[in-house]
Design a binder for this molecule. Structure first.
Ligand code: CO8
Length: 294
């Protein structure tokens, strides 16, 4: 894990720096200290220390997404989004589970009115509102809310033993955090219907073939490759990366005509930035660009 091993800073909640003894989980080094979070681990990784890594950390419950976990995840995403040194965010789980869904034990006694009153699922918006690229590194189960969380991310990389599914139908409910809406956009109506109506799981290679996942790696390589992807994105202008993300996301929100108009406005807009000027000047001068996020 040489390239992943460069972990220079440990984020504790709001960017406190704390260097402590490392504990090896088997695929990346995490630092053991009094945790700022109970349900996730958060740190900065990458050779340039510009990748925010969030590991879901309820291994005994297969990372079931309880409310406190989601609140912590939202906080961590917001912190990384507002940290200028961070170029991209990676969300991962462990080798057995990315996340096996919403916490069934927690929601077992919910009622229609308690869902309405508590605004159940509200904190999920933090991940989709993030301006920076968010990449899911999925090993093991990504089921129900776990699959939906992966789909909230901008790119999904998977380990070859990953399993995706929307098994809510087995427990008398339906996907509630985007599964019925995002999945058809990824894989088309017929496949999405099959997945949602049967509750069957699909493996990583099927998921890649369907377009749900962009690449599949050996389990032990997944996180390293995902961090490399985040680092590659981090070589570009953060400002322009943000605009590119907005433009692609717009394709899911609008008609082709207004999407093309939106894209053109953003494209023209890049010409008002220093980074566009620097990028093209560097190309003409045959040198690497030096972006200033301006
Ligand atoms: N919620 C709570 N606990 C869970 C969950 C879950 N989703 N999944 C697993 N666990 C727990 C088990 O209860 C078990 O705990 P314990 O040891 O205390 O009994 C532990 O994790 C290990 O699980 P298993 O023993 O079942 O492990 P197996 O390897 O035998 O099976 C499976 C793995 C196939 C993943 C199995 O655990 C399973 O089917 N889990 C449930 C999957 C599921 O139905 N997910 C969908 C949940 S509903 C949902 O996500 C709705 C989303 C709506 C919006 C999101 C809101 C937050």
């Amino acid at each position: 894990m040489a390239s992943v091993g460069v972990i220079t800073r440990v984020l504790l909640g709001k960017n406190a720096i704390n260097k402590v003894a490392a504990a090896n989980t088997g695929f990346v080094k995490f630092y053991s200290t009094a945790p700022a979070y109970e349900n996730i681990k958060v740190e900065v990784v990458g050779t340039k220390s510009n990748v925010g890594l969030i590991q879901l950390n309820r291994p005994k419950a297969l990372n079931a997404l309880c409310g406190p976990l989601f609140e912590e995840l939202g906080q961590a995403v917001r912190d990384f989004d507002s940290d200028e040194k961070i170029a991209a965010i990676v969300i991962t789980g462990n080798e057995k589970a990315f996340a096996a869904g919403a916490d069934i034990k927690e929601m077992q006694n919910n009622t229609y009115s308690s869902n309405q009153k508590k605004g159940f699922l509200k904190s999920w918006e933090d991940v989709s509102n993030c301006g920076k690229p968010v990449i899911a590194a999925v090993n093991g189960f990504a089921l129900g809310g776990g699959c939906e969380l992966a789909m909230l991310c901008d790119i999904i990389y998977a380990g070859e033993k990953a399993k995706f599914g929307q098994p809510e139908i087995n427990i008398g409910t339906i996907p509630g955090a985007g599964g019925t809406q995002r999945l058809p956009r990824y894989v088309g109506k017929s496949k999405a219907m099959e997945i949602v109506l049967t509750g069957n799981f699909i493996d990583a290679h099927e998921a890649e073939k369907m377009g749900l996942v962009s690449r599949v790696f050996p389990v032990e390589k997944l996180l390293e490759e995902t961090i490399k992807l985040a680092e590659r994105i981090g070589t570009h202008s953060p400002l322009i990366v943000k605009m590119a993300k907005q433009a692609v996301n717009q394709a899911y929100e609008t008609t082709l005509k207004s999407g093309l108009q939106f894209e053109k406005s953003l494209f023209y807009g890049t010409f008002a930035t220093e980074d566009r000027k620097e990028g093209m000047t560097a190309f003409v001068e045959k040198r690497p660009p030096s972006f200033k996020n301006e």
